[in-house]
Design a protein around this ligand. Structure first.
Ligand SMILES: C[S@@+](CC[C@H](N)C(=O)[O-])C[C@H]1O[C@@H](n2cnc3c(N)ncnc32)[C@H](O)[C@@H]1O
Length: 302
């Protein structure tokens, strides 16, 4: 079902046995057909309904440094101290939790109820204060305007059409304080511009007795020529105390280039693009150098 469909459908998550060679531990495969309770469909929802597994698999970034980078960009461009920030499509909220530890009022928005619940509980356990709201990044309202908004790790690529992106920019604009900053971190498009890979698509992470091996984009998906949307299939192999499960997920994401971000951000007269970086690091330019592995746009509210 595509974005924009509106058929509410709830089906239980089903784990199915899959035959394995003799001596191998049992394999469970999750099949999940559940739409979001609002009726809006979600991409990669099988994964996002397992927040703990996502949290373990993607806990691979220098979160403190990245938050310091975002604070510094805000303070340099808005010329005031950062007081509040919202993470959009927050997932397990690595950065939202860190901002709260930095004594910045921290909010988070995610569409998936399981993620929202997970982040609320995580914040409570860590005795940090994050206001977590369930909402769609294309249309949301925060309880108060914030200084900084940020969407990380390619979550922006879930905005599949130009209209989704325009709606999203309008929603972000309406929730930002004057001169507010919006930071978008996307994959570097060099794979599509130069045929070069930048990220490692298979890795293993462990927390306690849970080990998660991620195989992202197993087909090396090619974007549709017209829409630039890819169908990305990924697998998560989860091992816990001798038990092995495989979660398979598929979802659509749109490939984006710098000038599209610029024109969609600026066309409504709401934002100007102030800076580009090749990583969440102000020393790394956005170019084809080895260190430039992301595409980070820093937008300012007009
Ligand atoms: C890549 S993950 C989380 C990214 C997280 N910010 C991080 O840095 O790890 C993407 C998240 O986006 C959420 N999501 C997908 N579409 C969304 C939408 N339209 N509005 C809000 N959240 C959305 C998913 O539920 C998921 O938690």
């Amino acid at each position: 079902m595509g974005v924009g469909g509106r058929t509410p459908r709830r089906e239980p998550l089903v784990f199915v046995w899959v035959a394995q060679p003799p001596g191998e531990p049992p394999v469970w495969v999750a099949h999940c057909q559940m739409s979001h309770p609002s009726g809006l469909p979600m991409e990669h929802q099988e994964l996002y309904k397992h927040p703990l597994w996502y949290d373990i698999a993607f806990d691979v970034r220098p979160v403190k440094q990245e938050c310091a980078f975002m604070r510094d960009r805000f303070e340099r461009l808005a010329k005031r101290k950062l007081a509040s920030a919202v993470e959009l499509a927050s997932g397990p909220g690595y950065h939202a939790l860190e901002f709260s530890r930095m004594r910045i009022r921290s909010l988070a928005v995610d569409l998936e109820a399981a993620m929202v619940e997970y982040l609320r509980e995580k914040a409570e356990r860590q005795e940090t204060l994050v206001e977590v709201l369930q909402g769609d990044m294309r249309d949301f309202t925060l309880p108060y305007p914030v200084d900084l908004a940020y969407t990380l790790f390619g979550s922006f690529n879930y905005l599949l059409t130009n209209q989704d992106i325009l709606n999203h920019f309008r929603a972000v604009y309406q929730n930002l304080a004057p001169a507010g900053i919006y930071i978008v971190e996307l994959p570097h498009p060099r794979r599509f511009l130069r045929g070069e890979s930048v990220t490692q698509d298979t890795w293993t992470e462990r927390r306690g007795d849970i080990e998660v091996t991620t195989r992202w984009d197993v087909d090396r998906a090619t974007p549709d020529a017209l829409t630039q949307v890819c169908e990305i299939r990924s697998e998560f192999e989860v091992r816990t105390r001798g038990k092995r499960r495989v979660l398979r997920t598929r979802g659509r994401q749109r490939v984006l280039f710098a000038q599209e971000i610029r024109s969609l951000a600026e066309t409504q007269g709401l934002f100007t693009v102030r800076e580009w970086y090749g990583s969440m690091d102000s020393k790394i330019h956005f170019d084809y150098s080895k260190k430039s592995w992301r595409m980070v746009a820093v937008l300012q509210k007009l």
